[in-house]
Design a binder for this molecule. Structure first.
Ligand code: NAD
Length: 521
């Protein structure tokens, strides 16, 4: 099935004025093919039915991979990095390929964004931004790889000592459905840039854009076999990747329970693993905050992407002196948010990725209400007829008095914010840190010494002050506590796909004295 087979009605909603005909091969986006060891072939695994969450209609089907494909992909990946010379290619030569991948992504932003919007429901403005960010990631990694240096370390004898970095081999990349092209780029670009092969497993709910990225990598001149893309279920294909003895490292983004299970397997193999996991991030409004800025930032932080974001600022702590005024403003602004399909440029809150996920979010809210949470807005599936066919959920604000309520402790991964009052800094820090997660935090205040104090006191990998959900590929990203293990992005993120090696080179030109050879006796 191709994009154009979706019909004129769909195409009329693509607001770009550009053709959506694929630039490389007509219909390539939805070909029923997976990418194993440099070859496109029909999968023999279970059938994936891709549903447009704004209409409930199946727009494409794909046969997924099976465990045997993992063996093929890893074996070919190992050969490919060696035989193609990818691992030994000079950094500026690898960088040239990454630059071309970035340029091709940029040239195809509309194509990629449209594909991802159909697959995930997200707004086109968001999927365009994700595609541009993926291009920027490849360019950043290209520049960083080309300029990375090893070290000549201070010597303690007659030898030259060096610290160098080498590729690891084949990297397993396992990603979730919420921001596919950006998650892929964040893992695949540094892993390739470091000279590795990659076996990528995209999620069942959003496999297409990763397959499209593989076609772009092929066009950019990435040697055959260096990248494989194996869509399929996590419990079979994903599990086989993590357990495979030829996989040197796994980089995973997804839920905390899944990440913990993968970490056990990695421990058995003594294999490094990077985990980017779930969150329940606090966002904090002090009485001296610019309230317009805070309302806009908090809404963006929790309701953009329909709340399907690991860093969603889902616990909103408001100083008691402004609690009523601030919450009223937040509720009024939230009620005015525009719901609709991701293809409509007016849409702020698009459908959720899948009906079953929407229903889980709805059930969690219902349960919270039974346990005493008060619904300040939303709290239900919208009843507007125009939204009846999509996986929509109203942006919701719940009020609870106590951060120990289950709804304050569990990740919802939907458009649901919980407001809680606080009295002073120590009460706030105790409550904000009272969760198993430690991913992100937002602070809204004009008192900068206070912003500094609280930023240091909160257990989170990222803290935003008077802004939220802003990212830079050059700035490391990591989660504390149950939110993750290891770091992505930045130069350290690239190094995490390399083995460090120390080399000692003798400069004396003499046998070591201990051996007492004829010359030194
Ligand atoms: P998930 O854990 O269900 O799945 C993530 C990926 O892991 C999918 O590709 C899935 O098929 C695969 N998988 C599942 N079981 C597996 C197994 N046993 N072995 C190997 N692979 C397996 O998560 P999800 O529902 O796709 O994504 C939502 C979660 O991701 C949320 O918890 C969210 O917070 C988290 N997330 C975290 C970040 C971050 O950077 N910290 C970013 C985005 C999403």
């Amino acid at each position: 099935m191709t994009l154009s087979s979706l019909g004129d009605e769909y195409l009329a909603t693509v607001p770009t004025g550009r053709s959506v005909t694929p630039h490389w091969e007509s219909g390539a986006e939805f070909r029923d093919e997976i990418f194993v060891g440099g070859l496109w072939r029909r999968g023999t695994g279970s059938l994936i039915e891709s549903v447009d969450p704004s209409s409930g209609k199946i727009f494409a089907t794909l046969h997924g991979a099976v465990e045997a494909d993992v063996d093929d992909a890893v074996d070919t990946g190992l050969c490919a990095v060696r035989q193609s010379g990818w691992a030994d290619r000079l950094p500026h030569e690898r960088a040239a390929v990454l630059h071309r991948i970035g340029a091709l992504i940029d040239a195809e932003v509309e194509q990629i964004a449209t594909l991802q919007t159909i697959d995930t429901g997200k707004t086109l403005s968001e999927t365009r931004a994700l595609a541009r960010s993926a291009a920027a990631t490849f360019r950043y990694v290209a520049a960083a790889v080309e300029t990375m240096e090893g070290a000549v370390t201070p010597s303690r004898g007659s030898y030259l000592t060096m610290s160098t970095h080498e590729p690891m081999g084949v990297i397993g990349s396992i990603t979730p459905w919420n921001s596919p092209i950006a998650s892929d780029a964040q893992k695949i670009a540094p892993a390739l840039g470091a000279g590795n092969a990659v076996v990528a497993k995209p999620p069942v709910w959003a496999p297409w854009v990763t397959l499209l990225l593989a076609r772009i990598c092929e066009r950019a001149g990435l040697p055959a076999g260096v990248l494989s893309v194996l869509p399929g279920p996590g419990r079979t294909v994903g599990d086989a990747i993590v357990r495979h003895p030829g996989i040197a490292k796994v980089t995973f983004t997804g839920g905390t329970d899944t990440g913990r299970a993968l970490a056990h397997v990695a421990a058995e193999k003594l294999m490094p693993i990077t985990l980017e996991l779930g969150g329940k991030s606090p966002t904090i409004v002090f009485e001296d905050a610019d309230l317009d800025q805070a309302v806009a930032g908090i809404m963006f932080g929790v309701f953009s992407s329909s709340g399907q974001s690991c860093i969603a600022g889902s616990r909103v702590f408001v100083q008691r002196s402004i609690f009523d005024e601030f919450v009223n403003r937040l509720v009024t602004a939230t009620n005015a948010l525009e719901l609709g399909p991701g293809t409509d440029p007016r849409t702020q809150v698009a459908p959720m990725v899948a009906f079953s996920h929407r229903d889980n979010v709805s059930a969690m809210v219902d349960e919270a209400v039974l346990q005493g949470a008060k619904v300040l807005c939303g709290g239900m599936i919208p009843d507007e007829p125009r939204l009846a066919d999509g996986a929509y959920y109203l942006p919701t604000i719940l009020s609870v008095t106590d951060n120990s309520a289950p709804i304050c402790q569990q990740e919802i991964f939907g458009p649901v914010a919980i407001v809680l009052p606080f009295d002073n800094e120590s009460d706030l820090v105790d409550q904000a840190n009272d969760t198993v997660f430690g991913l992100a935090c937002g602070l809204w205040t004009t008192d900068f010494p206070r912003a500094w104090r609280i930023a240091k006191a909160i257990s989170a990998g990222t803290v935003w002050v008077n802004t939220y959900k802003q990212f830079s590929i050059s700035t490391p990203f990591s989660g504390l506590k149950d939110s993750g293990l290891g770091t992505e992005k930045g130069r350290d993120g690239i190094r995490s796909y390399m083995n460090q090696k120390s080399i000692y080179i003798d400069t004396a030109g003499q046998p070591l004295p201990w051996a007492r050879t004829a010359d030194n006796r």
